[in-house]
Design a protein around this ligand. Structure first.
Ligand code: ATR
Length: 265
């Protein structure tokens, strides 16, 4: 019987995950299907239960259900535990395993696809919501020289910095001044077409500005480019987090480069 996988979200119609996983399955000759499921806002757990009852083997979880998926899982990987959110579920006879592949996806995109070294570098993470929280631990594992979390609501950045420890510092946007090697935008500002109030001095010609959003140029990337920085959107992260999930489910690692290239085209 063909193994079934799905992504749960709300909304979900524009998700690229079915395309990505279909490409991985073709490439690695896996007998599986992957569909997009619109879960009602108050019916995530029931949707997942129905999918499991129908033979579902695993799932991805996207906005706004990642925290609920964290609570639904009967077991968590350490990286999901740290993230406080789950984007990948594995359904087994012994219950539901929850993992979070977002941070690993970001690090894979930065280090493998974009060829950036994070070890010993100064990293600035903008935002203190779920998207930011999910990538902190994997970034710290790369042993940067500094990791600063800056957020509009400074107290949220402070909470995250205290929780993770390991030298993480918190800041407001306006207080940022020195240059960073990597600036990651994990705020929801790009969704609204807005730019956090950043000093141009955080960017140099050697900086990589990375927006977790993909699909269009953002005010953040345009501003960074105007200061001479290199820029990247979050499409590579999307494909790499999918590859991590695929590996967890199927035990094979797909080649992400052709999938990223075809999505760009
Ligand atoms: P997500 O799961 O996408 O991270 P979230 O938990 O709602 O969503 O967090 C949204 C993040 O984007 C927060 O860091 C938020 O800042 P606040 O904590 O101050 O609310 C940030 N954000 C949203 N809109 C923003 C804007 N227009 N400018 C700057 N930051 C913004």
């Amino acid at each position: 019987m063909t193994d079934r996988y799905a992504v749960f979200g709300h909304p979900i119609a524009h998700s690229k995950s079915p395309l990505i996983h279909a490409a991985f399955a073709r490439q690695t000759a896996q007998d599986m299907t992957y569909e997009a499921i619109l879960a009602p806002l108050d019916g995530f757990a029931a949707s997942v239960a129905a999918f499991v009852a129908a033979g579902g083997r695993g799932a991805n979880v996207t906005v706004p259900f990642k925290e609920e998926a964290y609570r639904l899982a009967s077991r968590l990987t350490p990286r999901a535990e740290h993230a406080g959110a789950v984007n990948t579920l594995v359904f087994g006879s012994d219950g539901i395993l929850g993992d979070n592949t977002d941070g690993a996806g970001l690090v894979a995109d930065l280090t493998r696809n974009l060829q950036r070294t994070l070890n010993g570098r100064r990293i600035l993470l903008l935002g203190a919501g779920g998207a930011a929280r999910g990538v902190i631990e994997p970034l710290l594992d790369q042993q940067p020289a500094a990791l600063v979390i800056a957020n509009r609501t400074v107290s949220r950045a402070q909470e995250l910095a205290e929780q993770f420890g390991r030298g993480v510092r918190a800041s407001g946007f306006e207080a940022l001044d020195g240059a960073f090697d990597l600036v990651i935008n994990a705020t929801a500002a790009s969704l609204a077409g807005e730019l956090p109030p950043l000093s141009p001095r955080i960017f140099t010609a050697d900086t990589l500005a990375y927006d977790m959003m993909y699909g269009r140029d953002t005010p953040f990337l345009a501003f960074a480019r105007a200061q001479g920085a290199a820029t990247a959107d979050g499409l590579g992260m999307l494909v790499e987090q999918a590859a991590e999930a695929f590996h967890l489910w199927r035990g094979v690692r797909p080649d992400t480069a052709p999938v990223i290239a075809s999505l760009r085209a």
